[in-house]
Design a protein around this ligand. Sequence first.
Ligand SMILES: *Cc1c(COP(=O)(O)O)cnc(C)c1O
Length: 355
Amino acid sequence: MKALMPRIEISLSQIRDNARILSKLYEQKGISLMGVSKAVLGNPLIAQAMIQGGVKFIADSRIENIQRMKTAGIKTRFVLLRTPLSQAESIVKNADISLNTEIETIKALAHYAHLHNRIHEIILMAELGDLREGILPHNFSEFIKKVLSFSPIKIIGIGCNLACYGGIKPDSDNMGQLSTLAKAITKEFQIDLEIISGGNSANYQWYQSTKTLDHINNLRLGESILLGRETLYRMAIPELHTQAFQLVTEVIESKDKPSLPYGKICQNAFGDFPIFDDRGIHRRIIIALGRQDILVSGLTPLTDLKILGASSDHLILDSNNNNLKVGSEVNFNLDYGGLLAAMTSPFIHKQFSYI
Ligand SMILES: *Cc1c(COP(=O)(O)O)cnc(C)c1O
């Protein structure tokens, strides 16, 4: 039988290694890890590999992904990273912990937690400058007073998320603010905060260089476990695997053609008026993969090929005179955006290996 293409080859042992090395690194100074599974749609085998590597929680932004992992029998504490009001009932039933910033939502969680006779745990997110989600620090005290009136809700921690929207880097200032906030909350409300979650894969340099972690005791890591990189500069983290995912695709046309389209130029399928360089006759290949499957900018060919462009279903490359035949395999490395798209495309087969 011919191997299926396009396919994404996923090395579970490399993901497990990455989780293990990162767990060791961060646990040295008392930081526990949440393995973030949203980029891989909550794939249960990948979540299991993260757990085998030592992460203490699995966190995802979508309740459907958490449901998928639970149905597959994954046993861990599940954390929902993004909490829509309309899904409150499903969240209470499926997630152990959710991240929250809105009283309305927490009220709905409390309602369903009461209805289903459960305690739902929450982590309150603080806005520390990145301007994605977060309660402003000076509003925390008042916010917590309201939350304490909902008896089925238990505040187990606080957290923040940086370097996502505003590109703000985690440093001693904002990490210090989070610790100060934790101290103030503990003092004012006598709440035992189990989790002070300082951020994500962008916290690596801060962790390596900081003299004190103060009260920070948790991070939520997706990209560094999956792709072996920190995310401020996208540098590889020592000892980690950076190619646990590889995309394998199929050549469907290979011909010498001019590099300049001929005929009258109008807009292309995506509404652009493309401009081309005339580089003479080149061997071009077409791959059966397109914008419907992948973020083209997220692909790096592993051989000496140059991506020229893509339509919905066709990826066009200059073969740099590599002799690739119809049916040949072409491999690509993926960045986070490429991984996200490839894992989401129903047309890309997922192939797992244990080596
Ligand atoms: C996606 C996400 C993460 C993980 O980010 P990485 O850069 O992949 O480590 C952590 N926290 C929250 C709230 C997220 O949404």
